[in-house]
Design a protein around this ligand. Structure first.
Ligand code: ADP
Ligand code: MG
Length: 745
């Protein structure tokens, strides 16, 4: 592809196939296609692209693909550079002969009086012709392919414009007419367009540096334990379950769980958090992170494409190839640009001829119009910013699923957050159990320091443990751990049922009664009332209450504490300062919610909200015109996450989270959400600037060229500059840093 018009054309051709949806990215030279393999085989997609005058192949192995693409790009780059050098050598004398005229104050290169060529015309013809047809053949080929496929791209403009200038000059030279020749224009335009392409390729390579940096993090070998000895093997030979050794200073080769040893590991490449993380047996380590001074022995849990790093690389690569909604305007313009410009050029020619009566002058004005109008910057404006922005995000542990997610995050006005695991650490621990005798009398209360609570407490915990075995809720883990610590054996149950946002229920095998564990509100609605004074007492400090009921009788109240993250309050303040309205929606009790909201400084919150109601709240915010984001866990916030314009998942320890959310924060910290929003805003701002630049060149350039104020040579230089400036502007994002955060990276 040579410009945005090509990308638009290919997209159109693919979308015309039955049940096919394509997004073609000019900057990454790739297409993402959703298609029905039953009706449209993949060969049909490739064939359609080829009919349009381009070539395509299917990406198979992303690793090999990348190596192959790099080699191909490097070769193409060297060829382009060689051609540019030759073109420059041939063009230089043609342009240099104009310099004395320039120095003497004759600024208008297109004016008939100012145009004094010094070199003999046959020599000019000899210099310009190889540039036109040998170096410039790529434009003819590109133009022909595009026209044959029914489209018109930038090559059409370049070859048409330069051929007109060259052709006029050649006729004048061969026939010996007393007219001006414009060989310097045709040759300089081709040379400058090549220069623009060259600089653009260089800058574009810089845009994907972040992704390549991630790929290179993983070491090539691993030291694994085999038959009692440690051997170094290629990474591909490591299997899940292998024990591997990470020496001090080594990079972790695959994902694993520490079995032996203690150390600190630098995970900043994945999380953006610069402080090293302490690791001890049972902790997870991730491929690509760097062990500091201890030695670790770990069991491989994720190898090959199953590592967190591989997931991140895959995600970023996909995001960089995706298309932002904001680009649609540029695409629409690019799609009709070339024919419109050709029409303007024709009008320019006819009008200038009518006014001045000079055919050669009219022609050269038209050439300038054709050259200045090339839509190359238009195709680069959005994707280059997306590539740099998403790459920068990945470096800081912000994984953005696609360009649309980035655009929505950049426009975000409202953020809904869950309490557990988002504002709090999500690792609740039981702080007390209050058990009730069959007559409702409180028999054993223990807070902080557990005491043996007699048979009633044993029974209650046994029931709770039995129910929580079937639940994946964070509270369930805490209750199970506590029951195990108290050496309580789970009661046998049948017919387990999880009730999202409320708790779980089953039938106790020994008594045949329904038993429940869950929120006090839910148990109350099932006829199991929890005394108000008990609730108020436990919830006051932000502790969560879980009630245990057997039949219609309350058997215990379990108090759990989940520490509020130290970073949450600062993150809320940053979000509010950025003009984002933060609302906490929690399924927890009102008193608990109030305590947490106060601790983190949240002004808007609602408690006792069921999963479906969370989704409804998000929908309401959206229909009120807000761009709404949701931060939560996948367990029971899924409906709300799906409803939000942007869903955020925190703590990407599991690959599942990466697969589902629009934006995944590797770091377990609400500040990362603020960072993600600010980065998206910065990227969006770059896109807007870029689109403005790209349009400004054409909008200002075309009228200037039409009235003859812009020589083709200057037009060529401006055009080369436009794409380079757009890419360079996007590259500035590589140094982006969040305001208000104190992370050094
Ligand atoms: P949050 O909105 O804070 O994430 P949830 O919607 O996950 O809260 O749960 C709301 C309430 O329901 C919890 O505070 C708890 O009282 C109760 N609950 C939900 N699931 C369970 C469970 N598995 N065990 C005990 N209680 C539960
Ligand atoms: Mg939750």
């Amino acid at each position: 592809m040579t410009c945005a018009a090509c990308a638009v054309r290919i997209e159109k051709v693919l979308n015309r196939l039955p049940a096919t949806q394509a997004a073609v990215n000019f900057a990454t030279e790739s297409a993402q296609v959703r298609f029905n393999a039953a009706t449209t085989p993949i060969d049909a997609l490739v064939a359609a692209v080829e009919r349009a005058g381009y070539r395509a192949h299917v990406k198979v192995d992303p690793e090999k693909e990348r190596a192959g693409t790099e080699a191909r790009k490097a070769a193409a780059y060297r060829k382009l550079r060689a051609e540019f050098v030759v073109a420059a050598i041939l063009t230089l004398p043609l342009v240099a002969q104009m310099v004395p005229m320039l120095a003497s104050g004759g600024w208008s290169w297109t004016g008939p009086d100012a145009h004094h060529d010094v070199l003999p015309r046959w020599l000019q013809l000899a210099l310009a012709t190889p540039v036109q047809f040998w170096i410039g053949r790529r434009f003819y080929v590109g133009a022909w392919n595009s026209l044959r496929g029914g489209g018109a791209n930038m090559d059409v403009l370049v070859s048409l414009g330069t051929t007109m200038a060259w052709g006029l000059s050649a006729v004048v030279t061969v026939l010996g007419l007393h007219e001006h020749v414009y060989f310097e224009a045709s040759a300089a335009v081709i040379t400058l367009v090549l220069l623009g392409k060259l600089l653009e390729a260089r800058a574009k390579a810089g845009t994907s540096a972040a992704l390549e940096g991630l790929v290179k993090l993983q070491p090539r070998t691993a030291r694994i334990e085999r038959d009692g000895a440690v051997v170094e093997v290629p990474l591909a030979d490591v299997k899940a379950g292998d024990r591997f050794v990470v020496r001090a200073g080594d990079a972790v080769p695959v994902d694993g769980e520490v079995a032996r040893g203690e150390s600190a590991v630098d995970e900043s490449m994945l999380t953006g958090e610069s402080r090293a993380v302490a690791k001890a047996p049972g902790d997870k380590v991730y491929a690509g992170t760097v062990n500091q001074d201890g030695m670790l022995v770990a069991v491989a849990t994720g190898v090959g494409s199953k590592t967190l790093l591989a997931g991140i690389v895959r995600l970023v690569a996909e995001a960089q190839g995706s298309k932002a909604p904001i680009q649609r305007l540029a695409d629409r313009v690019a799609g009709v640009f070339v024919p419109v410009v050709v029409a303007i050029a024709v009008i320019t020619f006819l009008a200038t001829l009518a006014i001045t009566g000079e055919a050669s002058r009219a022609l050269i004005h038209a050439v300038a119009v054709l050259v200045i109008a090339c839509p190359c910057a238009l195709g680069l404006a959005t994707p280059t910013a997306i590539i740099v922005g998403t790459g920068r995000g990945a470096q800081r542990g912000i994984l953005i699923r696609n360009a649309a997610a980035l655009e929505h995050a950049g426009r975000l006005t409202k953020l809904v957050v869950d309490k557990t695991g988002t504002l709090t650490e999500g690792r609740p621990a039981v702080t007390g159990v209050i058990a009730f005798e069959p007559d409702g009398r409180l028999v054993a209360g223990y807070v902080a320091q557990p005491i043996q609570g007699g048979r009633a407490a044993q029974r209650a915990l046994g029931l709770a443990a039995a129910l929580e075995q079937g639940s994946s809720h964070p509270l369930a883990h805490a209750i199970l751990a506590h029951a195990a610590a108290m050496q309580v054996v789970p009661v046998a149950i049948d017919g387990f049922l999880s009730v999202p946002g409320k708790g779980a229920q089953a039938v106790a095998a020994d008594t045949g009664t329904i038993v429940r564990v869950g929120s006090s509100a839910w148990l109350a609605s099932e006829g199991v009332a929890v005394p108000d004074d008990v609730v108020a007492d436990v919830a006051r400090d932000g502790h969560t209450i879980v009630a245990v009921g057997e039949g219609d009788r309350l058997v215990a109240v379990i108090a759990l504490a989940d520490k509020v993250r130290e970073t949450s309050a600062a993150a809320i303040a940053r979000l509010e300062a950025a003009g984002i309205e933060v609302t906490m929606l929690t399924g927890d009790h009102e008193a608990t919610a109030a305590a947490v909201a106060k601790a983190v400084g949240i002004r808007h919150w609602r408690s006792g909200v069921l999963p479906a109601a969370k989704a409804e709240a998000v929908r309401d915010a959206k229909s009120a015109g807000a761009v709404t984001g949701m931060v939560g866990d996948g367990v029971n916030d899924a409906p709300a996450l799906a409803q939000a314009d942007v869903s955020f998942a925190m703590g990407a320890g599991s690959a599942i989270a990466i697969e589902s959310a629009d934006i995944t924060l590797v770091r377990d910290d609400l500040n990362a959400v603020a960072d993600a929003i600010l980065l998206s805003r910065a990227t969006l701002a770059k896109i807007r600037q870029n689109l403005f630049f790209a349009f400004a060149y054409n909008v200002l350039g075309i009228p200037l060229a039409a009235v003859g104020l812009l020589s083709p040579v200057i037009a060529g230089a401006a055009m080369a500059l436009s794409s380079v400036s757009v890419v360079s502007n996007a590259l500035l994002l590589r140094r982006w840093r969040p305001a208000g955060a104190d992370s050094p990276r």
